[in-house]
Design a protein around this ligand. Structure first.
Ligand code: THU
Length: 159
């Protein structure tokens, strides 16, 4: 038996250590949180992504009485961007979340399904997506979703 150890890298920042452009993206995600329709979970998530042309597209989680019909903030933003500007790769994605007590202290991390959709973006455009995970105590950053999804599955794995 051999053990395989995989290396992932997570950067930790104070908000003011991020570049102006990344701070703007995180602030957009925090703002987008207020567009959540989360009456069932009372967990409000905002996402903001930057396209290669510099434009910001936001998303917020949208819930439904029939639970599986809702959608996470990340996929709301990604699918909106893809539907409107499919020629534009996504360079960076910021996520923020709050509950009824306020902003989460620890960085929010995307669910497995959203990680898979971000991976599809990396595979489609052949470029990594930098991801900023906001928490009141720190912002985590990864340079590719592969750092959140080791042993990832893409089209090439079926060939
Ligand atoms: N949610 C997101 O929008 N993004 C995440 O990264 C985690 C979970 C949403 C889905 C659901 O509306 C609520 O948060 C509780 O799971």
């Amino acid at each position: 038996m051999e053990e395989i150890h995989l290396d992932i890298k997570i950067e930790q920042y104070a908000m003011e250590e991020l570049s102006d452009s990344e701070q703007e993206l995180v602030r957009s995600a925090i703002k987008a949180m207020h567009n959540a329709y989360a009456n069932y979970s009372r967990f409000y998530v905002g996402a903001a992504l930057r396209l290669a042309n510099g434009q910001i597209v936001i998303g917020a989680n949208q819930e439904n009485a029939a639970f599986p019909s809702g959608l996470c903030a990340e996929r709301s933003a990604i699918f909106a961007a893809q539907s409107q500007q499919p020629e534009q790769p996504i360079t960076t994605l910021a996520i923020a979340a709050s509950n009824d007590e306020g902003l989460l202290k620890d960085p929010i991390t995307p669910c497995g399904a959203c990680r898979q959709v971000i991976l599809e973006m990396e595979d489609r455009y052949k470029r990594p997506v930098r991801i900023l995970l906001f928490g009141a105590r720190a912002v985590y950053a990864v340079n590719s979703v592969k750092d959140l999804l080791p042993l990832s599955f893409v089209d090439a794995n079926m060939r």
